[in-house]
Design a protein around this ligand. Structure first.
Ligand code: ZN
Length: 133
């Protein structure tokens, strides 16, 4: 893994949180993007080499909606940038990590993404992401 690509934060109200993080970071988000497959609306802030991704559910069935019901707003996942997502999946499987989707899926921000189950990673939902060519 090469760097922390972004930190995903679950929020209830994306507009309100965009305003909050604009004040916090001293800069505006550089994009918003809806990911239909995940039923989320996202926005991204650039902070040096790393991004902050805010996630709001667009449906009751969204993983973010379920997360907000069980927990509250806050850090939802940490995403690591990888060079070869297929090789990383094989490596992590061999190490005994529980992969939620072995076939990479389309994520926000032109990425292929794979998630690891938090029960195999000390309670942290880990995302691997690889920039699509
Ligand atoms: Zn993410």
């Amino acid at each position: 893994m090469r760097k922390i690509e972004h930190i995903g934060i679950a929020v209830k109200d994306l507009n309100a949180s965009n305003a909050l993080f604009t004040k916090l970071l001293g800069k505006k988000h550089f994009k918003t993007e809806r990911v239909e497959g995940e039923a989320v609306e996202t926005s991204f802030f650039q902070v040096g080499e790393t991004k902050v991704e805010l996630l709001q559910a667009t449906s009751e069935n969204s993983a973010i909606a379920k997360y907000l019901q069980k927990k509250s707003e806050g850090i939802h996942h940490i995403a690591f940038d990888v060079e070869d997502i297929h090789a990383e999946v094989e490596r992590l499987k061999a190490e005994g990590f529980e992969i939620l989707n072995e076939t990479p899926k389309q994520g926000a921000d032109n990425k292929l993404v794979v998630f690891l189950h938090p029960r195999s990673t000390n309670g942290v939902l880990v995302e691997l992401c690889q920039e699509k060519a």
